[in-house]
Design a protein around this ligand. Structure first.
Ligand SMILES: [Zn+2]
Ligand SMILES: [Zn+2]
Length: 163
């Protein structure tokens, strides 16, 4: 068994929760898939008759509370991703409003500037930052290309009709 999963299961127990079969299945899902998932996605991708959508919701809530997964809100929808033992720990999100994909950036330049901002907040406002969630929104390169192609097409047609 993946030692990462074992460590997380230990952590669940330490927080006073039992490691039930459904919890184990959900944890395994997040350890093996490092995307951003809505509760319905988790439910549909796992597809296990033992696991109902209510159980998924309930356990995501618990895992979030004890810090195993992290919640991000995009367009009023909640997404979850692995936080504990995640290799990509600190990253920035970009959400394309057209195709709905979420990409992550972990470039050192971005991370360094994020850490600088974190230090600034801690030093100047005496707060302790333990999480940073940034979601930038816009239109991705592929969608912009599609949109441009469509406008070109429209322009060509209008030239044609003018003739
Ligand atoms: Zn993320
Ligand atoms: Zn897009």
């Amino acid at each position: 068994m993946d030692s990462k999963i074992e460590l997380i299961e230990e952590f669940v127990k330490k927080n006073g929760y039992r490691v039930t079969d459904s919890r184990r299945i959900i944890l395994k899902f997040f350890v093996e898939n490092d995307g951003h998932y809505k509760p319905e996605d988790v439910y549909q991708l796992i597809k296990n008759e033992m696991l109902g959508i209510a159980t998924v919701y309930r356990n995501l809530d618990i895992f979030k509370k004890i810090g195993i997964i992290k919640e991000i809100t995009i367009d009023n929808k909640l997404y979850y991703e692995l936080d504990m033992f995640s290799s990509k720990k600190l990253h920035l999100h970009f959400h394309c409003k057209s195709c709905n994909q979420i990409v992550e950036y972990t470039d050192q330049v971005l991370i360094q500037s994020l850490l600088k901002q974190k230090d600034f907040i801690e030093e100047n406002y005496d707060n302790i930052v333990d999480d940073i969630t940034i979601v930038m929104k816009g239109i991705c390169k592929d969608c912009r290309r599609d949109i441009n192609a469509e406008t070109d097409e429209v322009e060509k047609n209008s030239v044609y009709t003018r003739k």
